[in-house]
Design a protein around this ligand. Structure first.
Ligand code: UDP
Ligand code: MG
Length: 338
């Protein structure tokens, strides 16, 4: 048993073109990557369903849990599980909370499998579906997306994400019927491309889609969250959607320039209209409130534009600072040579 601490390469999450570990050892066929953030209530049930489902596949596999800085007992439960199944379990411990997508990125940089499947820890994605995804990857598809059948989320969540999905598809040209489902499969080639990306904020299913050459989508079952609550507040969902749009397109900026042109043309026309009016009917004094309304509306548009610009600039700033995207405190894993 070896406990790698503060491996510099792993810390930055970069330079991982080759699967981690000893190249002489035959890699497993499948890596399952699971981000975990404050999931103590549901983890045991996850293990109870996940491991039997994987054992039934008769494939060499590994499960990589990434503890995304949980403040509950999740890291303890994960290390217990590591002790029970050290041959197929690896646990990456972050020193803080870097978000679901960074956790998955760390999992990808550690994964050794020929295929990699991501899964949520809350059992909303049934582990029993992994076999269906693996079958598609074996057929040669390099990206297996999923569509949730009768999605078990609140009415608001479902409708909000459908609207967002439509908008996002128009803006980014990334086709994902159901962008929110994280039960997805990727081939080693796609994962290698992902490991070369250095962006600090991203949306993995979309990023992977841009690298895929044979994508496919399949339907999977969806269940209610087994325990605990969603880790995404409305605010963090909005932020995530901003990441998704700004990370894959500059179209919002162009749309804004266009809007600016239209408004400028409109107000020039209005100016000439008022000028002519001034000489035909004399000076105008009424309509002050209309003017106010117009100006406030324009200020709103302007502020939105400044904010939008800020979204891009903030991301540029984060990126140029070039800080490590996440910090790995420790990795619990067995030396693959046994
Ligand atoms: N998660 C994470 N870091 C975070 C938030 C969430 O690793 O900052 C994990 C969480 O433990 C779960 C998955 O990401 O395994 C999806 O989170 P959640 O179920 O809360 O999202 P939802 O299903 O509501 O979209
Ligand atoms: Mg969930």
């Amino acid at each position: 048993m070896s406990e790698q601490t503060n491996d510099l390469k792993a810390q930055s999450g970069l330079d991982l073109n080759v699967p981690a570990g000893n190249p002489d050892i035959e890699p497993p066929e499948l890596s399952v990557v699971i981000p975990v953030y404050n999931e103590e209530a549901g983890l045991q049930t996850l293990f109870d369903r996940l491991y039997p489902a994987l054992d039934a596949l008769h494939a060499r596999y590994e499960v990589i849990f990434i503890n995304d800085g949980s403040r509950d007992r999740s890291p303890l439960i994960l290390s217990d599980q590591y002790r029970k199944r050290p041959d197929v379990t690896r646990v990456v411990l972050f020193n803080g909370n870097y978000g679901q997508h960074m956790a998955i990125m760390a999992g990808f940089s550690q994964a050794r499998g020929q295929s990699v499947i991501t899964l949520d820890a809350d059992l909303q994605n049934p582990p029993e579906e992994i076999g269906n995804l693996l079958a598609k990857l074996r057929e040669g598809y390099d990206y297996v997306g999923t569509i949730r059948q009768n999605r078990q989320d609140s009415w608001f969540r479902r409708h909000a994400s459908r609207a967002m999905n439509n908008l996002r598809e128009k803006i980014t040209h990334i086709t994902m019927t159901d962008q929110g489902c994280m039960l997805r499969g990727y081939s080693r080639q796609v994962v290698q491309m992902l490991n070369q990306c250095e962006e600090g904020r991203t949306f993995i299913p979309a990023l992977a889609y841009t690298f895929a050459s044979r994508p496919i989508e399949i339907e999977v079952a969806h269940e209610e969250r087994f325990a605990g609550e969603s880790k995404y507040s409305l605010y963090s969902l909005i932020r995530l959607n901003f990441d998704l749009v700004t990370g894959f397109s500059t179209m919002p900026l162009q749309a804004f320039s266009l809007l600016g042109v239209v408004l400028a043309l409109g107000s020039t026309a209005l100016f000439f209209l008022l000028l002519v009016r001034r000489f035909v009917f004399g000076a105008e004094v009424e309509g002050v409130f209309t003017l106010f309304a117009l100006i406030f509306a324009l200020i709103g548009v302007l502020l939105f534009g400044v904010g939008l610009l800020g979204e891009y600039i903030g991301r540029i700033y984060e990126q140029v600072r070039g800080r490590p995207r996440f910090v790995i405190q420790a990795i619990l894993e067995q030396d693959p040579r046994g």
